[in-house]
Design a protein around this ligand. Structure first.
Ligand SMILES: [Zn+2]
Length: 381
């Protein structure tokens, strides 16, 4: 296992000093072909189209648990690999490096879910905001996932769309993942920069075991009373007084924020407090409510499992509450997190730091290192 923290600065430096190499510089081997999901496709209709017979499919269905979480969206990309009479069909995950592979060779067929060993390159782009920030990023790198990931670096302390000015400058350092020399997906955003409210604000992705956050070497968020409730901080929906509800299909308020993570990942109490309620209901699914000494109450919904609590039990900051799931009104695994103040829901993002309690030492270490670096730089001048 390589130490990611050590190789990261080296990778970033490499791209800063070498001319940017685009996709064309990579050698394309003909063995991996990009395909697109068609409207109405199922896993089996795709496999049949690619030459899988009924006897192959019946071998595959025995391991349904490995692929039943794949959701197919029209125009979604998958890959066909053919070598030595073996056919492989690969579905890549946006959230992880796990790949689901269907294969057949002769009469044999099967399905496997494995962590893929991608070749990774680091790319760097610079641009100016024309229209929305997300659209401006997508004009340079054709990835909705990267564009939204960029926002995660700023949503904790900026109202990005409101505070952004036309022609604001931005940059982004990100991972590109290759299979057999072919760019197959984008990985993590490693660094961002954005001109906002008169400053050029740089954020760096700090990876942890099983997680990571965007941190600002100038801004530790120490004034926030709470921590993030998850280790991998990806915000998929913000607090919005009005929004279109994907399940109920009507306009209704979103009185919390959503963290998108894989099913089963841990959920932590954002601060010290007592368990005042937990259980299950139709809308929230499995949920926990924690009351904190500062008068705020935190809510955790759609969990797949909840710890074995008793009412009025004390929990410390960072205590495990349960795991990510999709119970209640939910379309894909996520945590709906909310905060109530004086009995009313408030925007929770302004109360939490962008990193989990268990990671505070990692973040503080980085910040103190950055502070001493800038001090020694001043001394040299
Ligand atoms: Zn929500």
């Amino acid at each position: 296992m390589l130490n990611f923290k050590l190789i990261l600065p080296a990778l970033i430096l490499t791209t800063l000093f070498l001319p940017y190499q685009g996709q064309a510089a990579k050698t394309n081997q003909p063995t991996t072909v990009e395909k697109q999901v068609r409207a109405g496709d199922t896993i089996f209709s795709i496999l049949r189209r690619l030459g899988f017979q009924q006897s192959h499919l019946s071998q595959i269905i025995e391991n349904e648990s490995l692929y039943k979480r794949i959701t197919l969206i029209p125009r979604q990309v998958y890959f066909l690999k053919e070598s030595n009479g073996k056919t492989e069909v690969l579905f890549l995950s946006d959230l992880t490096d796990r790949t689901v592979t269907f294969f057949k060779k002769g009469d044999q067929a099967g399905v496997a879910s494995e962590k893929e060993d991608f070749e990774t390159e680091v790319g760097r782009v610079t641009g100016w905001v024309r229209g929305s920030l997300v659209a401006s990023i997508q004009n340079i790198v054709p990835s909705k996932k990267l564009a939204y990931r960029f926002l995660d670096a700023y949503v904790f302390d900026y109202k990005v769309q409101k505070q952004l000015q036309r022609n604001a400058r931005f940059h982004m350092v990100f991972e590109k993942k290759f299979l057999d020399g072919k760019l197959v997906k984008y990985g993590e955003v490693l660094e961002t920069g954005l001109e906002i409210k008169g400053d050029y604000v740089v954020r760096k992705f700090l990876p942890f075991a099983d997680g990571g956050s965007f941190v600002d070497e100038q801004k530790p968020f120490l004034d926030r009373p709470f921590f993030a409730p998850v280790n991998y901080v990806r915000v998929s929906s913000l607090y919005q007084p009005y929004r279109f509800h994907p399940v109920k299909r009507r306009r209704m308020a979103h009185l919390g924020m959503d963290f998108e993570l894989e099913q089963g990942k841990p959920i932590f109490s954002v601060g010290h407090g007592t368990i005042v309620k937990f259980g299950r209901n139709r809308a929230a699914g499995r949920y926990v409510v924690v009351k904190h000494p500062n008068g705020l109450t935190s809510y955790y919904n759609h969990m797949s499992s909840v710890q074995d609590f008793e009412i009025n039990q004390t929990v410390s900051a960072g205590a495990l509450l349960g795991t990510i799931g999709c119970t209640g009104y939910c379309t894909k695994p996520h945590l709906h997190f909310a905060i109530k103040k004086h009995g009313k829901f408030v925007d929770p993002i302004t109360y939490i730091r962008p990193y989990a309690f268990t990671q505070r030492h990692n973040v503080e270490q980085l910040l103190s290192k950055a502070a001493s670096d800038s001090k020694s730089q001043t001394a040299i001048k």
